[in-house]
Design a protein around this ligand. Structure first.
Ligand code: SAM
Length: 271
């Protein structure tokens, strides 16, 4: 598993961690220590999968899934009977995906092609009916990366084909607090303390995940996961899509979101 240098948490999280002194062990959310927690939290949110499948159910042609990770969305797409190419940057994530594919019936397994690649510049030499980029992962790319992504997607969609992608917006009633301190429960039932640092207008939100206060107070080591997530307003993304020949035909609000953000699933069509 790759090891990224964990970010130093900003704002309130920095002050909370200072109180735990040298018992704190920092990790990046996508490192070996972070991935099980990421999966535990991601598994509680099935609203995006339901909405994606509702749209995908309308077709039968091949699907390209970008930033597929370990297959949280890939497996449900395969269960619809679609042929799926799963493109992912990191080899260790693809290994996890292959492990999960190995548990499927041979027919479903044979319909999936895992590919290591960069979603901001890829050439698979074929076209698809549907391209999917879920989990608000478009926010992982900067401006140049997004331009490359949209050009690559347009080149891989047949005319009239659909591009489905999710993004996150700050809710209209989000307030002005920079820090928000709250508790969440993973699919396993485990509780996590989450501190989000997101001053109004900031281009990214910092997320720090740690054990609940009582648990941390009693622990010899306080394992802390950090990440920074770029915020990409739906309106801006929609303008970029239209300019790339992918005009938006529908927008679906996802109920999950967070305490002060809303997730939106955008449906664009290759002109
Ligand atoms: N879609 C999966 C899910 O729902 O669990 C994974 C989502 S995870 C938030 C984002 C994924 O994007 C990670 O697996 C990461 O390795 C991958 N990724 C990051 N940058 C990428 C890029 N430029 N091209 C392809 N994949 C990328």
């Amino acid at each position: 598993m790759t090891t990224a240098t964990p970010l130093s948490p900003p704002g309130l999280a920095a002050r909370v961690l200072a109180g735990y002194g040298d018992r704190v062990v920092l990790h990046d959310l996508y490192d070996e220590a972070g991935v099980p927690v990421y999966h535990d939290l991601a598994a509680t949110d099935t609203s995006e999968i339901r909405e994606l499948l509702r749209v995908a159910r309308g077709g039968t042609g091949p699907v390209l899934e970008l930033a597929a990770g370990s297959g949280r969305l890939t497996l449900p797409l395969l269960a619809l009977g679609r042929e799926v190419t799963a493109l992912e940057l990191k080899a260790d994530m693809l290994d996890l995906l292959r492990e999960r594919l190995a548990t499927l019936p041979a027919g479903a397994r044979a319909r999936c092609t895992p590919v290591q690649g960069d979603m901001s510049a890829f050439d698979l030499g074929r076209t698809y009916d549907l391209v999917v980029l879920g989990t608000t992962s478009v926010s992982l790319l900067d401006d140049a990366g997004r331009a490359g992504l949209l050009a690559s997607v347009r080149a891989h969609l047949r005319p009239g084909g659909t591009f489905l992608l999710s993004t996150v917006d700050r809710a209209a009633d989000a307030g002005t607090e920079a820090d928000l301190d709250f508790e969440v429960r993973g699919a396993s039932g485990r509780r996590y303390r989450m501190i989000e640092h997101w001053p109004p207008g900031a281009p990214a939100r910092g997320v720090t995940i740690l054990p609940p206060e009582r648990e941390a107070a009693a622990a010899d080591r306080v394992e802390v996961l950090t990440t920074s997530i770029r915020v990409l307003a739906a309106q801006r993304l929609e303008r970029e899509l239209a300019a790339a020949g992918l005009p938006v035909v529908a927008r679906h609000a996802l109920p999950a979101g967070g305490p002060r953000h809303v997730d939106v699933l955008i449906e664009a069509e290759a002109a």
